[in-house]
Ligand binder design. Sequence first.
Ligand code: SAH
Length: 219
Amino acid sequence: MNSHHYGIGMTSQRTRNRLAEKLQEMGIESEAVLDSIRNTPRHLFVDEALASRAYENTALPIGFSQTISQPYIVAKMIEALIKDRKLEKVLEVGTGCGYQTVILSQFVQQVYTVERINGLLMKARERFHELNIRNIRAKHADGNIGWPQYALFDGIIVAAAPIGVPEALKEQLSIDGRLIIPVGKTGEQKLLLITRTIDGYEEEYLDAVSFVPMLGGTN
Ligand code: SAH
């Protein structure tokens, strides 16, 4: 494969547009979200050896036994998070390679993101810097406890699946705030939308999903 082919083929605008079209066929309706999928260079978030597969609608390995989320799931979660509202502060748990963080940063005034694997977090930070994105604050920490210093959040989005919803995350939602979270054991996870109300929480089932498990502590 020569560089010419590589440049205009595997990571070209046309290839990205095709991914957005596919997500639209799968049910993503928000034009803004589809635009952001078109405009975000996903190949910069994976190893060079995998760049040619970056615009396939699949999860891909990013090292440390973790994966970059499937584009459809990123789009679906962000669509559910931003539907009919403007968001100021959003917490993301599980920065990973930072792809979803960068998509989020296009819709939210300030993104707070936490990752428990320092090697991933440091690389993600470099990418935010290279892409000149200034509204992301990233921390090496266990997301099970949220980020109390900056709570409350209008939205929380979780990229790894705990067995049950961590109380701290619910408590760090503002009234009307939304928590998008995959819950359950590998093989039987559900994606939930939890909304905080004046007197409690409402829960809505969004999809059957397959995420890496949410672990405790840091690495
Ligand atoms: N949205 C990311 C998804 C990465 S996979 C991307 O597209 O790259 C999920 C990430 O959650 C992994 O990087 C994993 O290390 C992280 N994670 C798992 N448990 C965590 C926890 N308790 N706190 C913070 N991050 C966690």
